[in-house]
Design a protein around this ligand. Structure first.
Ligand SMILES: [Zn+2]
Length: 133
């Protein structure tokens, strides 16, 4: 049973999770797979869809992670869990903060994605702390 604090975190991040659910729905209708892993809904696109999105690995919206396929989900799980924790911290504010960080990096002549402060944290933390299952 989830503790009341956990429900608050899910509620706080729910607007972002709802976006993830909306984006995941077509994948599920096409035969994607869904799993509930360590408090996160993981949605994997069906294998035949993976060829359409070769440059995409996974993306997190609140407590929903959408991956190109099962292999990408496993490979990127720890990285995406850092984003889940970021959503738990920032809620729906994560969207403008993420874009703002990327724009700030561009203005400074840096990379939009890789120098984003949320991505730097995710890449760093995912290496430091393996996910416990
Ligand atoms: Zn990331």
């Amino acid at each position: 049973m989830l503790h009341i604090r956990c429900w608050g975190i899910y509620l706080w991040a729910f607007p972002a999770s709802a976006c993830g659910l909306i984006l995941a729905l077509p994948l599920l209708l096409l035969g994607g797979k869904v799993n509930w892993v360590t408090g996160v809904l993981e949605v994997c696109a069906p294998r035949y869809c993976a060829q359409w999105v070769r440059h995409f690995g996974a993306i997190t919206f609140g407590h929903v992670v959408i991956a190109r396929d099962v292999e990408q989900m496993v490979a990127l799980r720890e990285h995406e869990r850092v984003h889940v924790r970021q959503y738990a911290r920032w809620g729906v504010l994560f969207f403008p903060l993420y874009i703002g960080s990327s724009c700030w990096q561009l203005l400074r002549g840096r990379r939009f994605y890789r120098d984003n402060c949320f991505e730097r944290e995710a890449y760093g933390d995912a290496r430091k702390a393996p996910l416990k299952r």
